[in-house]
Design a protein around this ligand. Structure first.
Ligand SMILES: Nc1nc2c(ncn2[C@@H]2O[C@H](COP(=O)(O)OP(=O)(O)OP(=O)(O)O)[C@@H](O)[C@H]2O)c(=O)[nH]1
Ligand SMILES: [Mg+2]
Length: 206
């Protein structure tokens, strides 16, 4: 990771960042001043609804760029929680932290090198058992994981339901049931992200 001064000025002096910044930047939003925390990353297997969730969280201000040194695209957008603007990163689909494809390698590198406030592991409720292995890997890697069990609408059609509290206790992380395509569970997810953010929008001296 480049040094913080270079990051903010879009330059590169070759020096590496010394530590994890608590706050990234100060922004003006209308008349109020807001501070953003570290970014949030959406991760998970392909086709689980990460990009649909990304769009539901971020709206229209999105940048898409190639991950450095690759042709893999990574989208970043801003999500609003209360007074805070938080960057959300939509990562390529990955099956495991042991990458095989270039997409998986990008997702893995991003997770293990970029300081993150939280990692939202998006899973398909219909295939929960198959997808929890990645949840365990993320937890074991020491990442601040929230499990977003998506496509609950389809699971309900299949007659499936989820014992959310039991799963939370079993995993030891927050679990949110949602249907991102129907905008269901978005507020609950934001609510569960809040404890991972700075306690209050502390102002940084200019
Ligand atoms: N029924 C239902 N469909 C959903 C839901 N969320 C996403 N989908 C659908 O699932 C498909 C995959 O969604 P994406 O957001 O592209 O999945 P992704 O995880 O970004 O996939 P990759 O980028 O390939 O890793 C799309 O057809 C979505 O419309 C949901 O909550 N319910
Ligand atoms: Mg996607």
């Amino acid at each position: 990771m480049e040094c913080h001064k270079c990051q903010s000025q879009g330059q590169s002096c070759g020096k590496k960042s010394g530590g994890l910044p608590l706050f990234r930047k100060k922004q003006q939003s209308g008349n109020r001043e807001v501070c953003s925390s570290l970014p949030i990353a959406l991760v998970g297997m392909p086709n689980v609804g990460k990009s649909v969730l990304f769009n539901a969280l971020t709206g229209i201000y999105v940048t898409v760029s190639n991950y450095p040194g690759t042709t893999v695209e990574v989208s970043r957008g801003l999500m609003q929680i209360g007074e805070q603007s938080i960057t959300v990163i939509d990562t390529p689909g990955m099956y495991s932290l042991l990458p095989i494809s270039e997409e998986e390698k990008v997702a893995r590198d991003l997770l293990l090198t970029e300081p993150l406030a939280s990692v939202i592991h998006v899973v398909d409720a219909k295939n929960l058992g198959r997808m929890l292995s990645l949840t365990f890997q993320l937890i074991e890697a020491g990442l601040p994981v929230i499990l977003a069990v998506n496509m609950m609408d389809e699971a309900h059609h299949w007659g499936l339901d989820l014992r959310q509290e039991a799963l939370e206790i079993e995993l030891g992380i927050p679990v949110v049931c949602m249907a991102a395509a129907l905008n269901q569970g978005i507020d609950e997810l934001k609510h569960r992200i809040t404890p991972f953010l700075p306690v209050e929008a502390v102002m940084i001296p200019a």
